[in-house]
Design a protein around this ligand. Structure first.
Ligand code: NIG
Ligand code: FE
Length: 410
């Protein structure tokens, strides 16, 4: 059988989908056949034929294999760092106070406007490769550090180039409504974004907004989403993060694919997400990094049947991490999710947040053969020995990703 790769001697194979509770199917001592970059078949290791029957046989040495992580909420295209703000926060100033005083997101906006397209591409390319080396095989990337037509387009153009260069699934989101640019009127700026939406149709798959006290209101979200929906954009929203503004229910009612953050979401918001089939994207790395104490009502979400997703929120202000393994372990211990629930959220759930759960995230037959071979024979080690990198090799469409040697940051 030519063209078929056989990954044999897989000690533990983890698959993820919605048909099992809590979303994980565990198989032992099996083999996986991959054809044309997709999972062709899973069989018992004892069932594989002679090696001549396959194009290549890869011995997994009894180790565990998990689906590639799907990072469904990132801001990984940006210039500059904000370490000084981290120190300022440790001294007591809050994240929103820094933003109100013209820093925070607005600092990254200045640096990103100054950066050339090539500079943005080079830094983001390096970041993505580091994320892939840590096991991420699909990404969502937002703009939102331009806050003007030219720079927002520059960011999304970089996103498109990253997608074609790295050959991984990348969903692009236009986040012009990340915050109000310095000196501009909120309503006028929002109007400008809405008027210019058709110009982003070619560059972005979705539209997002940061709905928060002193940033954008739930009514702003509604105005933006009504127009974005008409134009066929997917809708996703930063809602109920530091305070309750009503954006979550509004977004869900308008059919948002995902509502993200949700630390202040109420049972009514959860009900709205359930009714609409909206996925809840949780980002415990932000809570950890900002020293927050409030957690989303994760178990009410689970009880209501809302799909959970996990993401890094990779950005220079509130979550400068590249590591989905960290996010999974944080979600498990901070939210009391079982490892199965956390792993399902960071794979199947995150793919669903991107509307792509049929195509990847589960390592199921016909899906992309995107997976991680771990350094261990037990995927629970990811959660138990937290903080270590357990990914030995990442495969995208069945092909081994060549991890960069250079350990440089940023
Ligand atoms: O998702 N909440 C708003 N936006 C980002 C942070 C962006 C930044 O601080 O640069 C977030 O946390
Ligand atoms: Fe974000």
């Amino acid at each position: 059988m030519s063209g078929i790769l056989c990954f044999r001697n897989i000690g533990q194979l983890v698959q993820a989908d919605a048909s099992t509770q809590p979303g994980i199917r565990l198989r032992k001592n099996c083999a996986m056949l991959v054809q044309d970059g997709r999972v062709h078949k899973i069989l018992k290791d004892s069932e594989i034929k002679s090696s001549k029957s396959y194009n290549r046989v890869i011995d997994c040495q009894g180790r565990a294999m998990v689906p590639g992580f799907v990072d469904c909420h990132t801001h990984l295209i940006y210039a500059g760092e904000r370490k000084d703000e981290m120190v300022e926060r440790m001294r007591g100033t809050t994240y929103l106070e820094i933003l109100e005083s013209g820093g925070g997101i607005l600092n990254t906006v200045k640096a990103t406007n100054r950066a050339t397209e090539k500079e943005l591409f080079d830094t983001a390319h390096k970041r993505m490769k580091r994320m892939m080396a840590l096991g991420t095989t699909a990404f969502e990337i937002k703009s939102g550090y331009g806050l003007n037509l030219k720079c927002e387009m520059k960011m999304l153009t970089v996103g498109k180039k990253l997608r074609t260069t790295l050959k991984v699934p990348v969903t692009l989101t236009y986040l012009g409504a990340h915050t109000v640019p310095t000196g501009e009127d909120r309503e006028e700026y929002l109007e400008e974004i809405i008027e210019n939406l058709p110009r982003f149709r070619e560059l972005a798959d979705g539209v997002d907004i940061f709905c928060e006290k002193d940033v954008f209101t739930a009514a702003d979200l509604r105005r933006l989403f009504l127009q974005a929906k008409l134009l066929g954009f997917d809708l996703r929203a930063h809602v109920e993060e530091f305070s309750h503004q009503g954006g979550c229910t509004e977004a869900a009612k308008l059919g948002a694919l995902s509502c993200d953050h949700l630390e202040h979401a109420t049972p009514m918001d959860i009900h709205a997400m359930h009714v609409a089939g909206t996925t809840a994207v949780l980002m415990p790395g932000v809570t950890l990094f900002l020293g927050g104490e409030k957690h989303p009502l994760v178990h009410s979400m689970l009880d209501a049947g809302v799909t959970l997703a996990l993401a890094t929120d990779c950005n220079p202000g509130s979550s400068p991490t590249y590591n989905m393994q960290t996010v999974l372990t944080l979600a498990s211990s901070m939210y009391r999710l079982t490892p199965e629930q956390a792993l399902a959220a960071g794979t199947y759930g995150s793919a669903k947040a991107l509307g792509a759960e049929k195509d990847f995230g589960g390592l199921l037959p016909k899906q992309h053969a995107d997976f991680n071979l771990l350094k261990t024979n037990d995927y629970l080690d990811l959660f138990y020995y937290f903080g270590e990198n357990f990914v030995d090799a990442t495969f995208i469409a069945g092909k081994k990703f060549k991890a960069p040697k250079d350990p440089a940051t940023a």
